[in-house]
Design a protein around this ligand. Structure first.
Ligand SMILES: [Zn+2]
Length: 67
């Protein structure tokens, strides 16, 4: 069974004994992934749509209409 490609660079991931950085192809790619998590750059496309649009107060008043 072939391993899935590296999520960072899409290269083939070497098998385990020689590669301790799975599921990444190298320690560098693992570090890149970690950096993305820390920078919150890593988006999970399914979940964030609902949670992000919660910031605007839905104030239905028509005040402040200064003509
Ligand atoms: Zn990689």
């Amino acid at each position: 069974m072939p391993l899935p490609p590296c999520p960072i660079c899409q290269k083939p991931v070497p098998p385990r004994p020689e590669n301790t950085s799975q599921p990444f192809c190298s320690r560098r790619c693992r570090a890149v992934d970690l950096g993305r998590w820390l920078g919150e750059e890593y988006r999970v496309p399914d979940r964030q749509a609902d949670e992000q649009e919660d910031e605007q107060p839905s104030d239905g008043s028509d005040r402040g209409h200064d003509a």
